[in-house]
Design a protein around this ligand. Sequence first.
Ligand code: FE2
Length: 497
Amino acid sequence: MLSKNRLNALSIWLVVFAFCASGAMAQQPAVPTWQATSLWPDRIIVTLDQDPKTTFSVSWRTDASVTQTRAEIIAAEAHSRFDLGASVVEAQSQTVNLKAKEIDGTTHSLQWNTHLDSASYHTAQFAGLNPDTLYAYRVMGAEGYWSEWLQTRTAPANAEPFTFLYFGDAQDGLDSHWARVIRAAYRTAPDSRFAIHAGDLVNFGSRDYEWAAWFKSVSFIHGMIPALPVAGNHEYYDGIRNPEGGQLTALSLLWRPQFALPTYADLPPDVAETVYATRYGNTLIVTLDTMADQYFAEQAQWLDNILAASDARWKVVAMHHPLFELLERNIPGVVDTGPERRSLFLPIIEKHGVDLVLQGHDHAYGRGAVISRGGSRAGSRRQRISTVYVSTSSGAKMYGIKNDAWQAFADTGAVLQRQAENTQFFQIIRISNDAITYEAFTATEQLYDAFRIEKQSRGPNRLIELPTDLTTDRTFENTGEYVNGRYDIPPEVESPQ
Ligand SMILES: [Fe+2]
């Protein structure tokens, strides 16, 4: 039996412990829950392979203690024990040091990843699947720590119609202002088969807490709708400039661990998983890396080859920097690669009859086409065109369009047909055998731009303007507040004070 004194001492310690525990509970956690790692899988994202009829990959994250794990997959069924007999696929796992980055053999400290030292990233590739089939899959963290079952559909074997989403730069205000855009897109076209993010998904590509904000906004959507991410300048922008103070260098250390994308033996290793292609139904989608200017010639050659080898009815190219810019930009120390991109990529796009080029970077909206010579009357709502070019934006950052934008490119035949400032957009693109139907919606789900590209039995495509909800051009003058020509969205929270 305990003496009275010892009982008193124990009571005091219990009171002290209870006080401390309640104090600790009252404090905010060191890391917001959506940034913290754990034994559970999070940031689950499906990406497409070169042949999405039969293959897709899923990537996810855990804390660094998980170094080996797995996923399961089975064709989805309507009954509740669809999961019995699921196939097991071992994951490829890697631990990423979030506070260090090696560039040219030198390790640089990334001061902003102060809340997490490291995390483990896992990828499982599901191959040998049946086309146009709904699959259920789940991923594991530590042993027994399973995700929910998620469902995604493989690509059709033939030319069945399909829908996909296209987003411009998210970049700023990710978990405050961008979330509503991707969720409105999902609400408007839940049947979308994949989503293209045309670069600058975040502001600083190596800040883990910005990816935390991006994935928080995405929520479960990319567990079901595969992503095709394009690398932009901000995926390269890790705050480290080369010694000459020139171009921003080095792809985000999180890019390859968190996205599983196709790689090619005939491309330089530096552009692995930023230059890739996928064949979805009757459409070839090719992604370029406009930051890798040292490899523009190699990318152009590869683009030429892959377009020449494809029998796809439709060809779409996605890249971050637009070939026809909307803005007047002169950033000290940053070389304008526009002339080089136009001289290398434009002739190949024209030569192979690429139908649609999807881009970002300008933080404004611009859509136009290269008009076929002698094929159209000025001002007509039906025009013969070679390629449609779009640049758009989905996040909070907004820039103004220069006067007479695209005039500088008139010698190419490019004509700007619809533009907007100070507006967050998402795009829904529907592809059938005969036509591409394109719609650009505001975050408030109003149709701002719409057109159809019709494939002709002979000669160039026909572009047909479609009616929209909004007909007036949105500009800084007729839309909302904008502070001092700069966006004034608070940055993503790194961690509480
Ligand atoms: Fe950009």
